[in-house]
Design a binder for this molecule. Structure first.
Ligand SMILES: Nc1ncnc2c1ncn2[C@@H]1O[C@H](COP(=O)(O)OP(=O)(O)OP(=O)(O)O)[C@@H](O)[C@H]1O
Length: 608
């Protein structure tokens, strides 16, 4: 929290420090499109010289006209028309360059947004599950996402900044030759506006940063308030009023906060602009006086007045843009911070080769696990071995720690205490990809990909996405094949309602599709975490019967609340408040007359 507060109060030093992000940012832009970036720079250099050249030619034209008035010669007239021709070409060139620059900016912006979105997705994929479950992490991810689009503006602003600086160099040189004090006058007139801008930008940034969690909530409310997945429940519970109210309360607060800053900013901005005008007209009066006295020609008057006016506009936009650029650079810190988040679960330097086949199995040694930011142990004192070829069932009441245990097996989390051994060595000593490659796991909250039937199955082993034979075989094994036959487009049927021609499946049908994923890879351990809860009793029995048959010789962990399924397992682990209450075969546990027997009889009675 302390850190957040310091971030919210940005000082000029923070701004300047944030500018250090720019080289890394430009590197990223360069990687997005090197050719486009180079072209952009060259075009801007060319464009930077044009305002000065236009003013200079304008001055020459006026002086030439005045000279012709006094003393006409055809040579001088030809010269005049040549000058007009040059000005015309410059004007056309300027317009063309502006358009080309805008085009380059927008194309480069698109390339950058695509490139960074990919980078974010790639990086997010390397991070740990518990990092995704952390609100602070989500805020960072959210801010990093915003950067992908918002930062394309930063790009064109920094480029414009450089371009304007060059233009200023040209114009200022002209002004200095005439009277350097004019430049000072200019800076004094502009400085208050700059300081004001930077103050308000800081406030806006601090506000926007503190609003991030609420903005995520707004997005969430917008999503549940209007989405195909939520519509049914929202309607039935008549929740829309509740959601809309919450949305309104939050968004009204946003509006009021933002309005407060915008109004203040606009009032002060008007005052500062007035100061700028006073400075400009002071200089203008001075130049006119000099011209009246004959110290300057009319051409020089237009050149200097024009230079001064343009310098003012340019300086104003440069200074104004400085706060936006440094602002952008501060936002960039969020972006780079996201890339600095390192996964805690990663490979050791020299991972062990994965045993194939596994000889001793997985051994839990005093394993305990607590979720991030949680006081409670989700699993504790786990001591048991999952033996090769064994089918193990996990039972226990809701929240007993069954899903957590299988997530530990797949190293989605590492134990908080104790260790899990595979063939005698800590799971952490094996290559993470190898481990996951040898484990097939289907979660209770598996994803319903809004993709084709075939892709939904191939998700289990995406390297084999074109292996139709394997996909069909997996579908047959999970009993999803029957379903494909009924779909209008068979295996190419789009599933879900999100995209056109999509067909929605029933909960049980989705589960059959998901289970097929488990058969897509030749895993040594298959884990089914309640993916059959929506199947009818007969279907679940069939699925598990097949499952036992197909995974003969392999290890399997099943989680189910149905005892008819659970009893098929070789051994059953009964979990209670994260700890092992009992362990043994169906018969042993019944004979023992403990918790399992009690739960079994409870369910059996329910079926009578
Ligand atoms: N991502 C999480 N972050 C924090 N706590 C969690 C998380 N997931 C689960 N828990 C907590 O850990 C405990 C064990 O949860 P787990 O999902 O392992 O139970 P389960 O036995 O699979 O339950 P169910 O039968 O309802 O699926 C619960 O008290 C739950 O509140």
């Amino acid at each position: 929290m302390a850190k957040r507060n310091t971030i919210n109060n940005i000082t000029m030093k923070d701004r300047l420090r944030a500018l250090r992000n720019l080289p890394a940012f430009f590197k990223l832009v360069w990687q997005s499109g090197p050719g486009m970036m180079l072209a952009n720079i060259l075009l801007r250099f060319a464009k930077a010289a044009i305002p000065f050249l236009l003013l200079l030619v304008g001055k020459l034209i006026i002086d030439q006209v005045l000279q012709l008035n006094r003393n006409h010669s055809s040579f001088a007239e030809v010269h005049l028309w040549k000058l007009v021709g040059v000005e015309f070409v410059l004007a056309i060139l300027s317009d063309g360059l502006s358009r080309a620059i805008t085009l380059m900016d927008s194309l480069l912006g698109d390339l950058f947004a695509n490139h960074t979105s990919v980078r974010i997705m790639e990086h997010a994929a390397t991070l740990d599950l518990d990092q995704f479950e952390d609100a602070v992490f989500y805020d960072k991810l959210e801010r990093a996402r915003q950067q992908t689009v918002g930062r394309t503006v930063l790009l064109s602003q920094v480029m414009s900044q450089i371009q304007d600086l060059i233009t200023i160099g040209f114009l200022a040189a002209g002004l200095v030759v005439f009277n350097p004090w004019l430049i000072l006058l200019l800076v004094i007139a502009i400085l208050p506006a700059f300081l004001g801008e930077s103050y308000f930008n800081d406030e806006t940034y601090a506000l926007s940063r503190s609003q991030t969690p609420h903005r995520r909530e707004l997005d969430y409310l917008r999503y549940i308030g209007a989405s195909d997945e939520t519509a049914k429940e929202i309607k039935m519970f008549s929740l829309s009023g509740f959601i809309v109210d919450r949305f309104k309360t939050l968004s009204d607060k946003f509006y009021v906060d933002n309005k407060r800053i915008s109004v203040k900013r606009s009032l002060w901005g008007t005052l500062f602009a007035l100061l700028g005008s006073v400075g400009y007209y002071g200089a203008y009066v001075f130049i006119i006086q000099q011209t009246v006295k004959g110290a300057l020609t009319i051409g020089e008057l237009t050149f200097l007045a024009g230079s001064f006016r343009q310098l003012r506009t340019l300086l104003e936009s440069i200074l104004g843009r400085f706060t936006t650029v440094s602002q952008g650079a501060i936002y960039l810190s969020d972006f780079f911070e996201f890339f600095e988040i390192e996964p805690q679960i990663h490979n050791t330097n020299q991972p062990r080769p994965f045993p194939n086949p596994i000889k001793q199995g997985f051994t839990f040694e005093n394993v305990g696990f607590r979720y991030l930011n949680s006081e409670r142990w989700a699993n504790r004192n786990l001591n048991f071995t999952l033996r090769p070829a064994e089918k193990l069932a996990l039972v226990g009441e809701n929240g007993a720690g069954k899903s957590t245990l299988v997530k530990l097996l797949a190293r989605l989390y590492d134990p908080t205490e104790g260790r899990i051994l595979l063939d005698g060595y800590d799971l952490r000593e094996y290559d993470l990809n190898d481990l996951r490659q040898h484990i097939g796991i289907i979660f209770q909250d598996f994803l319903r990909y809004q993709m084709t039937f075939s892709q939904n199955i191939a998700a289990g082993n995406i390297d084999q996405k074109t292996n139709e034979e394997l996909i069909k075989r997996s579908a047959r094994q999970s009993l999803a094949d029957e379903l494909a036959k009924k779909l209008p487009a068979g295996y190419n049927q789009m599933l879900g309602k999100r995209f056109s021609d999509g067909v929605e499946l029933s909960g049980g049908e989705w589960q059959k599709v998901a289970i097929a994923r488990a058969y897509m890879r030749d895993a040594q351990l298959i884990i089914l975490d309640e993916p059959t809860s929506a199947l009818d009793a007969r279907a679940e029995f069939q699925v598990f019967e097949r499952f036992t048959e197909l995974t003969r010789g392999k290890m399997a962990v099943l989680i189910s609340h149905r005892f008819s399924t659970v009893r098929m397992a070789d051994r059953i682990v009964v979990l209670d408040k994260g700890e092992i209450a009992e362990i043994g075969s169906h018969q042993e546990l019944l004979a023992h007359g403990g918790r399992y027997a009690e739960l079994f009889q409870l369910q059996a009675a329910g079926y009578q």
